[in-house]
Write a protein that binds this ligand. Structure first.
Ligand SMILES: *Cc1c(COP(=O)(O)O)cnc(C)c1O
Length: 390
């Protein structure tokens, strides 16, 4: 029997055809398909502007740069995320601090955030940016976070790498109603893919313009933006220190094709998640949070078991060809962060809920092609593992 992976991309005939067409067209790096992909992202999310780039990590980086994050600034995020959520601050020379997660949603805990902001205000070290991570595809409590941002004056980036296709209240994630910039990732384990790729969405033209420049060396060919004399039609100018973070037309073609299926992908994921909910009903374990105003994209299905049993259960499932995983170890536990803990902020006792989560979490397989009998198999093995390890 082949291992059931925890996640898996799906490439259809239509995807292959779209990519082949792009590959044999005239422009294969940023040509006409990148803007079409950006428009399609805007249409889906109701955002005004989308800037497509070569990874979610690049999108986070230019988002921070567009919001002028620099030396002496602080960026806050949650420990339970992929390292890119905080590395983006370090690329800008800024400092990173964390806010603990909520015991039920596993996203940022809004009352912890509030307390920490009050203290930071007294100490004169309020964050410039908060990266709100929609873990597993479930939106953070954006209205409450937005309210706090108005009181304490920080900017909000939504790290929606897990959450394209999800909803918060009446809006698609990425709409920009509750934040300055929203970032998506199109890595193959994510909901839709471009191979590697990402995007930054915003409703503010100035941020969009700046991010567009930054993804391509900081260079402009727009005469209106140039300084001094324009030498001729060949002329371009570099205005900022940017990067080569461009997405290719080949990748954008895959993105356009995948995005057309996003609604049905999300429906399948929701069905699989609700199957798990039912199959796991009798079990004594924590399951993903549910609430009316949060319509999760169901990127990951995480369960929490007794911490003393977690490793044994994990090993047992792996042994039975079930590709379980753990998302994530708290970012501050990584050796790089420990080594660079200049302000003594990265201690486990400061983040009790993140520590508890990490000790108990197991990610079960979830991808659109996962079969119901595979889910039954996974749950039956989990049941065995829970009994064996009582
Ligand atoms: C995948 C991911 C990223 C980074 O995306 P890449 O496209 O792999 O660079 C950032 N944040 C989170 C939460 C992710 O899961």
């Amino acid at each position: 029997m082949k291992t059931i992976p925890y996640g898996k991309q799906r490439i259809t005939k239509e995807d292959v055809q779209a990519v082949t067409e792009a590959l044999t067209s005239e422009l294969i790096t940023q040509g006409p398909i990148v803007p079409s992909f950006e428009q399609a992202l805007c249409d889906y999310t109701q955002a005004q502007f989308a800037v497509a780039v070569n990874s979610g990590t690049s999108a986070l980086h230019i988002a921070c740069m567009a919001l002028n994050l620099g030396k002496n600034d602080w960026l806050w995020t949650t420990p339970i995320s992929f390292v890119a959520s905080s590395n983006c601050a370090l690329y800008c020379g800024a400092k990173v601090d964390f806010v603990d997660i909520n015991s039920e949603t596993w996203n940022i805990d809004v009352s912890c955030l509030h307390q920490k902001l009050i203290k930071a205000k007294k100490d004169n070290r309020l964050p410039k940016i908060l990266v709100a991570v929609h873990l597993c595809g479930l939106s953070c409590e954006m209205q409450e976070i937005l309210n706090l941002s108005k009181v304490f004056g920080f900017k909000i980036i939504e790290d929606a790498s897990h959450a394209i296709g999800g909803m918060y209240k009446d809006k698609p994630i990425g709409s920009g109603k509750y934040s300055d910039i929203t970032v998506f990732s199109f890595h193959p384990v994510k909901t839709i893919t471009t191979g590697e790729g990402g995007a930054a969405l915003t409703n503010r033209a100035a941020l969009s313009d700046k991010m567009r420049l930054l993804r391509s060396h900081g260079i402009t060919k727009d005469e209106n933006l140039m300084l001094g004399n324009v030498d001729g039609d060949w002329h371009y100018q570099q205005l900022y220190l940017g990067y080569n973070y461009r997405l290719t037309d080949i990748q954008a073609a895959l993105g356009c094709s995948q995005l057309k299926r996003l609604k049905s992908i999300i429906r399948k994921r929701q069905k699989i998640a609700s199957n798990y909910d039912k199959l796991l009903n009798e079990f004594d374990l924590k399951k993903p949070y549910k609430a009316e105003q949060h319509n999760s994209a169901n990127h990951l299905y995480v369960i929490r078991v007794n911490r003393l049993q977690r490793k044994n259960i994990f090993d047992f499932l792996r042994h039975h060809q079930i590709g379980v995983n753990v998302h994530y170890m708290p970012i501050y536990r990584h050796p790089f962060y420990q080594k660079n803990d200049k302000h003594q902020l990265y201690s486990s006792f400061l983040f009790p809920e993140s520590e508890k989560y990490y000790a108990e979490a197991i990610t079960l397989p979830l991808y659109p092609e996962l079969k119901y009998n595979e889910q039954q198999y996974i749950v039956s093995k989990l049941k065995e593992a829970l009994q064996v390890n009582k």
